[in-house]
Design a protein around this ligand. Structure first.
Ligand code: 3PG
Length: 220
């Protein structure tokens, strides 16, 4: 279930509008994949970004996508077209990259897979926009200028929406989500490596619930 008020979200965009938080997950062990996804679902989030930073990523994506077909299982930290292809073959339903690589974008568009590539400067936003993309990851959000930078982007890129990621936490989530050009925020704070390693899945559900409450507070 993505959102109690919306029975069946049709697209990833609908889903992130309904629950505007994307957990970034670094899986060290394939055996953690299902418990982490379950913990996030328990807390109210059915969108997962599994990063291509470990060998557990592809088998983890496959397990989660198979076990939770109604969720949105995506791949993050995609650096090139080959990684995107491998992830999609493993079941990834969306692609997130730290930067914008034309070949990766072209592969995603040709495959009908949503892609949210990363940008951190006006030139990069312009480049990604001119590739036809209007939802972009603002990365690393905190280090690249945070809210002030997003406000500056809004005056010139009125048809672009952002997913700030990198330095987002429960403490600044509401501030980011309050911006009209922010559709969702991403981050690792919901499923931190330490909690996953220690099997503290209840805490992950708690952090997820807390994030949902913060997000709901900005949506009313
Ligand atoms: C990412 O992969 O998008 C970022 O590394 C997440 O950044 P965070 O750990 O600051 O949330």
């Amino acid at each position: 279930m993505i959102d109690p008020g919306k029975s069946v979200p049709l697209t990833l965009y609908d889903a992130i509008q309904a629950v505007p938080v994307i957990p970034v997950i670094v899986l060290q062990r394939v055996s953690d994949a299902i418990p982490v996804a379950e913990a996030l679902i328990e807390g109210g989030i059915s969108i997962f970004e599994i990063t291509m930073r470990t060998n557990a990523a592809l088998p983890g994506i496959e397990k989660i996508a198979t076990q939770f077909p109604e969720a949105f299982t995506g791949v993050g930290t995609v650096l090139n077209q080959e990684q995107a292809k491998q992830a999609v073959e493993s079941g990834a339903q969306f692609i997130v990259s730290p930067g914008t690589d034309r070949a990766t974008v072209e592969f995603a568009v040709a495959s009908g897979i949503p892609i949210i590539p990363g940008v951190s400067t006006a030139s990069e936003v312009q480049h990604a926009r001119n590739l036809g993309l209007h939802v972009l990851k603002f990365f690393p959000a905190g280090a690249a200028g945070g809210i002030a930078m997003l406000n500056a982007f809004s005056s010139v890129f009125s048809d672009v929406q952002f997913v700030p990621t990198g330095g987002v936490t429960a403490n600044n989530l509401a501030d980011y989500l309050a911006l009209p050009n922010v559709v969702a925020c991403g981050g690792s704070w919901l499923a931190p490596a330490r909690l996953v390693a220690d099997g503290q899945f209840r805490e992950i559900s708690q952090l997820t619930l807390e994030a949902i409450e913060i997000a709901r507070g900005t949506q009313s």
